[in-house]
Ligand binder design. Structure first.
Ligand code: COA
Length: 388
């Protein structure tokens, strides 16, 4: 297999983007990535677009062709494919792009992700997102995504004695980081007290425990390591890109507060990259709800089961901590346009490894990791990157 590098990144602002259409968001992110790579769009040989639910949110399907067309690449007749795995749709697009280059099939590929979620009512959004779980065994009985993660939180708190304050600390830390990210949906700091007093959504999760509903897009340009040198002095090498699955229903899992697909994907990634947990300088994890960040850092092996609350409370996941987690602000503060999130995470790690993360820069960051989840853990994609 050939070595693969990321040479360009592009992001739109995340938030309620009333003035941009679905396709405009994706094309804007792609154009920024192409500009960042210093290449011509015509050099792109293949495209993957992560999108969860264009059909529900903007009544648009056939996303691969749509984005190729509005990027001006359809007349080059490049292959363009939509990838879908709920909130891990972007992660899937990235992994497909990596494999396409690693196999020698193409030299230069763009992986993008896009979602426009705010054009429909809150109820419709919640119902569309429920499609990421098992419709017959979960959705039909009225359970929502905040409801599913609330069950995980209750189980976790019962088993490990996690306090409400420790859970709130995840949101406080991610809002602190988001306040330092110019594209974040919520660029404001919050307190533990504010989280604890915010509106109850699904007990014990409150408004400020939840990722928001977001419009946005992200894109990255990947190429073979040999080609990368034509575009940049600082290619970011992809050391591993792995994917794992688990049961789609939460109630079928052996343990509802452990994501076995995260364990499998992370173990494979560390094996593929030939690295240890201690080698990682920063990680972007899938904090769709505060409890999800704690499960992620434990299941990836960064701390023992039940200890992530204390680890977070002691500041070890903050910008100056042992393992900075979600320097972008995470899904919580940066926002969660579901199909775009997996690619946004890659953009953040690449920016950090290049030393371009501004006020949230981790000094000397050399190796970073991403973790993107579909549903309550039925699909997980992890990636490890190194500054080449
Ligand atoms: N974090 C911080 N602030 C938020 C927020 C969030 N997650 N969601 C909304 N807000 C703010 C809004 O900006 C607004 O502030 P304003 O009054 O100052 O303008 C206020 O809270 C009310 O916003 P509104 O849009 O009416 O909230 P809502 O009640 O319709 O939705 C949630 C709130 C939590 C239900 C919604 O964000 C949600 O469903 N999140 C989960 C999304 C999800 O499940 N994603 C998939 C995960 S796998």
């Amino acid at each position: 297999m050939r070595e693969v590098a990321v040479v360009g990144i592009g992001l739109t602002e995340f938030g309620e983007k009333w003035d941009s259409s679905f396709r405009e968001l994706c094309v804007e992110a792609g154009a920024k990535a192409i500009e960042d790579a210093g290449m011509d769009g015509d050099q792109i040989q293949e495209m993957f677009v992560g999108n969860m639910s264009g059909g529900r949110f903007v009544l648009q399907e056939h996303i691969g062709a749509l984005i190729a067309d509005y990027s001006g690449l359809a007349t080059n007749h490049i292959p363009s494919t939509r990838t879908e795995a709920a909130c891990a749709s972007g992660g899937l697009a990235f992994r497909q792009a990596v494999n396409t280059i690693a196999s020698g099939s193409q030299d230069i590929v763009i992986a993008a992700g896009v979602e426009k979620m705010t054009d429909v009512s809150g109820g419709e959004t919640t119902d569309a997102l429920a499609g990421a779980a098992d419709r017959e065994w979960e959705g039909m009985y009225g359970v929502t995504f905040p409801g599913l993660y609330a069950m995980i939180a209750v189980d976790y708190m019962h088993k490990y004695g996690l306090t409400r304050e420790q859970l709130a600390q995840v949101a406080v830390k991610n809002h602190y980081n988001g306040a330092r990210n110019p594209i974040a949906q919520y660029r404001k700091e919050i307190t533990v007290d504010a989280v604890m007093k915010s509106t109850l959504v699904a007990d014990p999760l409150r408004l400020l425990d939840c990722s928001p509903v977001t419009d946005g897009a992200a894109a990255v340009i990947l190429c073979s390591m040999e080609k990368a040198k034509e575009f940049t002095d600082c290619p970011i090498k992809v050391l591993a890109s792995t994917q794992a699955t688990d049961t789609i229903s939460l109630h079928d899992r052996r343990d509802i507060s452990t994501l076995d697909a995260t364990i499998a994907a992370a173990d494979r990634a560390f094996k593929m990259a030939k690295l240890e947990r201690e080698d990682i300088d920063l990680v972007e994890v899938h904090d769709c709800f505060t409890i999800a960040e704690l499960c992620a850092i434990e299941d990836m092996g960064f701390c023992k089961k039940g200890e992530a609350g204390k680890f977070t409370e002691e500041g070890e996941t903050a910008l100056g901590g042992k393992l900075p987690v979600n320097t972008s602000g995470g899904l919580k503060a940066c926002g969660h346009p579901v199909g775009a999130t997996g690619i946004k995470q890659v953009c953040e790690v690449v920016a950090q490894l290049r030393g371009e993360a501004g006020k949230r820069q981790i000094d000397g960051a050399e190796i970073g990791m991403t973790h993107n989840v579909g549903g309550t853990g039925a699909t997980v994609v992890t990636n490890i990157f190194r500054r080449a």
